[in-house]
Design a protein around this ligand. Sequence first.
Ligand code: KIV
Ligand code: ZN
Length: 513
Amino acid sequence: MSRVIKVFDTTLRDGEQSPGATLNVLEKLEIARALERLRVDAMEAGFPIASPGDFESVRTIAEEIRTVTIVALARAVEKDIDRAWEALKPAARPRIHTFIATSPIHMEYKLRKTPNEVLRMATEAVRYAKRFTEDVEFSAEDATRSDPEFLCKVFEEVINAGATVINIPDTVGYTTPSEFHNLIRYVIEHTPNIDRAELSVHCHDDLGMAVANSLAAVQAGVHQVEVTINGIGERAGNAALEEVVMALKTRNDFFNATTLVDTRQIYRCSSLVSALTGLHVQVNKSIVGKNAFAHESGIHQDGVLKERATYEIMSPEDIGLTANRLVLGKHSGRHAFRKHLLELGYDLPEEELSRAYESFIELADRKKEVSDRDIEALIRGELTAVEDLYSLDYLHVSSGMTSIPTATVRLVREGQVFEEAACGDGPVDAAYRAVDRVVQMDATLEEYQLRAVTSGKDALGEVSVKVRVGERVYTGRGVSMDIIVASVRAYLNALNKAGSDLMRQLPKDSVCE
Ligand code: KIV
Ligand code: ZN
């Protein structure tokens, strides 16, 4: 019988700490729903003390997601734990996750505390968290550079104080698979009460070994792996959920361990996280990269046609990647559209469905046949939409080799119409300047990416941007057959997010250690 390894997803906490990734509350909720469909065991929804936005996200997710354990992070201090509990209270299955560093370098330079003080803080934090909930996880930050004897002492004491999960993080991505395996074995053999808690690992990818280290830990006997979708996270990121899960599934003969994840949701979840964070997945990324199932060489194609298993160790359907069929046209009704979305795995609420259907009709009017990939791009567009402060009503751009690029835009805000024109270095620049004249938000474009959703001259263009407004960076996405329209939609999407934050006065405070 295979052991079942629990999957603890931290996309919304450690993943969101990726440079350049910022998610608002609605986007986090959308990802939380996708993680629930993916059937992870636990999701870390945020670090409530870090900012009012983080607090609100954890609270909103705790209110809505009922079938997954919701985790909130807290340093080993009472005010963090109070705030974590305040946010977690409505959860059906709440878990407080408290942490403190145990390595000599962190204790001496960052915390300026002696090992005994750290031991006391860890124990008191767990005991304090237990007042609120039965389920308390303790992490020894920088465990892989800690003295193993001290580590076991801390674990023994926090288990006595009530910790139900003990996490061993490789915070700086320093360890190697065999070394990590030995450390886990050491902890199991030298912590007398270890059988009273579940053992977990949390690996970073600084040396590209996060997944290998997590799998080595599974072999050594841990019960839980902490991972993120697409491996996003602090610096080089965390162990990628899809890689760990598919390795356990594909090599069950070797690991004799499995997870409860519905792997057919992996592709959809990966695309959503990539669209909402603006962090694109590299084409050769394992499992979810565009080329992961593409066979380029003739020998491989020939082999796969004769017998798939010659060159494919997993099937694309296992991760929910269906063939890109040309499916619907402008005469397909709303009912057929909805039915097709359900087949693709999207069960949209009525309002989102109506907006998606409108975009589909608009697209089908210009493109003879709309494919699955087109539809998925439109859906991602709907999911990234926020309550529109400004919507694009009209755009005219003139540019060319001998003319000065000029754009005229008409935007609508609460029924009021605003029109502006501007010149720029190119058509996108001109259009963005015209938008700036209306919106007047002091925005700086920090990143702009354009890609075609499918091949072919009539492909949809998908633009993602990062726009700085004050202290915060906002991600925006826009989809259209016209790349300038897609560009303006993406820019407006980011500005609308900034506008809604400004109206709610939600600054992103920095976390002070
Ligand atoms: O990497 C790390 O050590 C962490 C802890 C807070 C678990 O993210
Ligand atoms: Zn981490």
